[in-house]
Design a protein around this ligand. Structure first.
Ligand code: SF4
Length: 367
């Protein structure tokens, strides 16, 4: 229903500002740390401290809720160790994953970071940005998802920036994302490489004037109203994310929709139909539109469920193992996905309706 399309772009929400900034000893003297501190001070953060060593202290509070709340208000500035610098394959999204940061200040109740990052959920930004980005030219030309493939070879060697964080959600206090985009745009990271990230935020103003050289694809992560409204605390409204995507398209970026996690909530066809119509309306006048779509159904693991129930004890998120199929990874891990018949219905609907409502969108994968 296009009645939902806002007549003027929604005003960007106030970006997240940490209450506490903790800097490890090793990170303290790095030039990117000075930039992060400058940005945090400009955003009004007064509690900025340098740790005595490289261990972050005082993260645990009296109870789980207090620990969670404190962590979500904390930005740690750390040096990524060599083990985290090495890019990891990240199919089906990209050839490689690199991490500008790990952790995210938002409160999405289904977030898979609950199962993949351990400890209190603070955001750790990597102060050794030069070392993180130096891995990109070192891996150019290698990879199995896009590099040299018939379907996606034109994207070059791809580097995913949003595997363990939402880089736009913390950009105004870190500056890491703009730096990466600008260096890629100037060709400093290699001629045949491209960056990609997805976001649930909308403050794209800092990205619009960058010399991105069309070497970065920005996707917005969007969902049906019944999912976004209930489970995505601390993020920008979906309409604002789509308006931001349009602005990025007008600034020449390659674009994408990450529809995730797809959930067969009551009325899902109507709700996702409304979402696709809204996206189509926003992108209708973007010149040279290069649009992809990635479709990811909801899944959970025993570990992620346990953490999510601790963090969000009243959640209405459906995590009933009885209603799901078990999927085993090659390393023996278990995840619970929708049953085969439900998956088939969802996939058929999205394939048809994306083709009908957003014919320019290339579906990269369904999972
Ligand atoms: S915005 Fe993304 S990374 Fe952040 S909490 Fe939500 S799902 Fe997780």
């Amino acid at each position: 229903m296009l009645g939902c399309v806002p007549s003027s772009p929604p005003r960007p929400r106030r970006p997240w500002v940490p209450r506490h900034v903790r800097i490890t000893r090793s990170a303290a003297d790095l030039p990117h740390t000075a930039e992060i501190v400058r940005r945090c001070e400009a955003a009004g953060v007064s509690d900025i401290e340098i740790e005595r060593g490289d261990r972050l202290t005082g993260l645990r509070r009296a109870g789980e809720r207090e620990t969670y709340a404190r962590a979500k208000q904390t930005l740690a500035v750390v040096v990524a160790p060599p083990s985290l610098l090495r890019p990891q394959p990240i199919p089906p999204s990209a050839d490689w994953r690199i991490d500008l940061a790990r952790g995210c200040p938002a409160h999405c109740q289904y977030c898979y970071l609950a199962g993949s990052l351990t400890g209190p959920p603070l955001t750790r930004v990597h102060a050794n940005l030069d070392a993180v980005l130096a891995e990109i030219p070192a891996h150019a030309g290698q990879g199995h998802v896009t590099s040299g493939t018939a379907e996606r070879g034109h994207e070059g060697t791809t580097f995913e920036l949003s595997c363990y964080t939402d880089p736009l959600g913390i950009e105004h206090v870190t500056g890491s994302l703009s730096e990466a985009i600008a260096r890629a745009g100037r060709g400093e990271l290699g001629e045949e490489v491209s960056l990609r990230f997805t976001t649930k935020f909308d403050d794209v103003a800092p990205l619009l004037a960058l010399e991105h050289g069309r070497r970065t694809r920005v996707r917005v992560s969007v969902n049906a109203a019944g999912v976004a409204g209930r489970f995505e605390g601390g993020t920008a409204p979906v309409a604002a994310r789509l308006a931001a995507l349009r602005s990025l398209g007008l600034a020449g970026y390659r674009l994408g929709l990450t529809i995730a996690p797809v959930m067969p909530v009551p009325g899902w066809r109507e709700e996702y139909g409304t979402l696709l119509d809204l996206a189509a309306a926003e992108l209708a006048d973007v010149p040279d539109l290069d649009l992809t779509a990635e479709l990811i159904t909801h899944r959970f693991t025993p570990g992620s469920k346990e953490v999510q129930l601790q963090w969000y004890p009243g959640t209405k998120l459906d995590m009933d193992e009885e209603q799901r199929s078990e999927k085993r990874s090659k390393f023996g891990g278990v995840k619970f996905v929708y049953r085969r018949d439900e998956m088939a219905q969802l996939k058929a609907w999205f394939t048809t309706e994306l083709g009908r409502r957003l014919p320019d969108a290339r579906i990269l994968y369904w999972t």
